[in-house]
Design a protein around this ligand. Structure first.
Ligand SMILES: [Zn+2]
Ligand SMILES: [Zn+2]
Length: 153
């Protein structure tokens, strides 16, 4: 059984997951950019029921970023930990908060059209993201565009 663990910058929020990941991907939508402070965020989805928060801070604080999605972060240090789509059985975890980010290799890039023009995510082919989104329901969910997400900030 695989085990994944991670946490925020200050250690207040710690998590553990014992299920298999799906849909490892980059996202360069404007929301992920603003939220992460980076040009692109790396995400991976896990069954929500398998996620256990075991740090002293308990569960991350939540900020609703659009009608259907909340994002979890550490209220002490601000690290972005997760994203939760309402009603979804999956939770998206930021690859950068894993204790070993090498465990996950992103295979797709969502919203490459919103990435800064200087950003080249060369390990990912956009067509592959499209193909994946047709294959899996969760990928479809992940690509379900929030109207806000398309808004120019
Ligand atoms: Zn923290
Ligand atoms: Zn995004």
């Amino acid at each position: 059984m695989s085990e994944y663990s991670g946490g925020c910058l200050c250690g207040n929020i710690r998590y553990k997951i014992t299920e298999e990941p799906i849909f490892p991907h980059f996202c360069s939508c404007r929301m992920c950019q603003r939220w992460s402070g980076s040009a692109v965020a790396a995400w991976v989805d896990f069954p929500r029921a398998s996620l256990i928060f075991e740090g002293s801070g308990g569960e991350p604080a939540l900020y609703r970023t659009c009608e259907t999605t909340q994002r979890g972060f550490c209220p002490v240090c601000g690290s972005g930990i997760c994203a939760l789509d309402d009603g979804s059985e999956y939770v998206s975890i930021t690859v950068g908060t894993l204790d070993d980010p090498n465990q996950i290799v992103p295979e797709a890039q969502s919203f490459p059209e919103f990435a800064p023009s200087w950003l080249k995510v060369e390990s990912v082919v956009y067509e592959k993201a499209e193909a994946n989104s047709k294959k899996t329901t969760t990928a479809k969910l992940a690509r379900k565009v929030c109207k806000l997400e398309r808004r120019k900030y």
